[in-house]
Design a protein around this ligand. Structure first.
Ligand code: ACO
Length: 399
């Protein structure tokens, strides 16, 4: 391992780097991205192979512990997570205090902060056993919290987790099951959702992961750090883009202005309108995740027998943008968010739940990064510099 301490000592020079475009804040062994070549690997394994053949919990283990689990390790991990899905009954009342119109991202981030209050004697960031149990609790309980946020928005009863079911099946049932009927698992939908969660599981130092690491660098526990990460994810330039894409497609459809005219408005930067789901800080080539999601969108809609004009609109938009010099020159391609919303919608999720699904997917990555940060002896409290450009000293006018 390279000794970089010489570079991190104060040199008298300060780099001004808005948006950290050129500044590395850490070393990491977790995820490799080559944005020019369109390559994404978790711990060395190509995303395409993991999306095709792995499970969410297997990928979570891989990201968090660094190697693929053995069969018995995975079985024990799965079993342990199933045994921690229940929420404290008092915490269920937390949802009643919020309006049914509450955005579910706000609900889940505050519920995670609230969750920490039940585990204050086992959340010490310096105790490896505490970190283990918190890892399990977060993986087990965030999906339940997310499903309750959804049910709350519909005015429907919360279901108890069904621990005979796999992680993803349980999640679908908590969202779409009800107390009066047997819920039928659709294996095609389960597999599609599992694949989407895997695709979102990590993406190195993106805004939310950097937030988790920064908050964690202060010695704050995992609950506080992940809750902050969820808030960072909620913005439309980050995870909120999947919701924004569907809004954009709906507006294009309703306005009747046509895709070509909309693209013109984007190019002219009219009212700051952007092509949501396009462009990426790191990918200057087709996002490898977007490729997989696009295939998945076709398969899921066909399976459900859904004809969604918004999917056709998305494809038309992509086609026009990819052939346009504005997008070519700036190397803007569809990112992971461009097609995910169409799939989530076909599955029955309301638009406001889309970013919540991103959060569940990203959770293993956040945990893996927090743990890596926490174990790294070179970690220091994150504390950027600034260039002060305000007034010099002046006298307060009254003595
Ligand atoms: N539509 C139109 N123009 C765009 C877009 C877009 N989606 N994205 C970038 N551009 C333009 C910019 O206006 C800029 O043009 P200019 O040089 O004429 O001013 C140029 O491309 C470079 O863009 P930057 O904003 O400098 O790129 P940056 O790396 O800072 O931003 C970001 C990346 C935030 C993802 C941006 O592309 C964007 O806003 N995209 C839309 C939102 C989105 O889809 N976010 C999801 C990101 S992926 C994720 O979180 C999973």
């Amino acid at each position: 391992s390279m000794d970089i301490s010489a570079f991190t000592k104060k040199t008298g020079y300060t780099t001004l780097d808005y948006g950290f475009v050129n500044t590395a804040a850490t070393k990491s062994e977790i995820t490799y991205i080559d944005g020019d070549a369109g390559i994404l690997r978790y711990r060395g394994y190509p995303i395409e192979q993991l999306a095709a053949s792995s499970s969410y919990l297997e990928v979570a283990w891989l990201l968090i512990y660094g190697e693929l689990p053995t069969e018995s390790e995975l079985a024990a991990f799965d079993e342990r997570i199933r045994r921690h899905t229940l929420l404290h009954e008092d915490l269920k009342r937390f949802f009643s205090a919020l309006p049914h119109t509450a955005h579910p991202m706000a609900v889940i981030s505050s519920a995670l902060s609230a969750l920490s209050t039940y585990y204050e004697t086992s959340d010490d960031p310096k105790d490896p056993e505490h970190i283990e149990i918190t890892t399990i609790r977060l993986l087990a309980k965030l999906p339940v919290i997310a499903a309750y946020a959804h049910k709350k928005s519909l005015g429907q009863a919360f279901l108890y987790p069904d621990n005979s079911l796999s992680f993803v099946d349980n999640y679908l049932k908590l969202n779409f099951g009800n107390l009066a009927e047997v819920y039928d698992i659709d294996p095609v939908l389960s597999r599609a959702l599992e694949r989407l969660l895997i695709l979102h599981a990590d993406h190195e130092q993106n805004a939310s992961t950097s937030t988790v690491r920064l908050v964690g660098s202060t010695g704050a526990n995992l609950y506080a750090s992940i809750s902050a990460g969820i808030n960072a994810l909620s913005g439309p330039l980050h995870g909120g883009a999947n919701e924004a894409v569907l809004e954009m497609l709906g507006q294009i459809r309703d306005s009747g202005e046509g895709v070509a005219r909309f693209v013109e408005r984007v190019k002219n930067k009219e009212d700051g309108v952007k092509l949501m789901g396009f462009g990426h800080r790191v990918y200057k080539n087709y996002d490898p995740r977007a490729k997989i999601v696009k295939e998945s969108a076709d398969a899921v809609l066909e399976h459900l027998g859904v004809q969604d004009p918004l999917l056709d609109l998305a494809k038309e938009l992509e086609q026009i943008a990819l052939e346009d010099d504005y997008f070519k020159e700036r190397r803007l391609y569809p990112n992971v968010d461009f097609y995910t919303g169409v799939i989530y919608k076909a599955m029955g999720f309301p638009e406001r739940m889309f970013t919540v699904l991103f959060a569940i997917g990203r959770l293993p990555g956040w945990i893996a990064h927090w743990r890596e940060m926490n174990l790294d002896p070179q970690t220091k409290i994150g504390r950027p510099q600034q260039l002060y450009i305000g007034p010099g000293e002046r006298e307060f006018p009254r003595s």
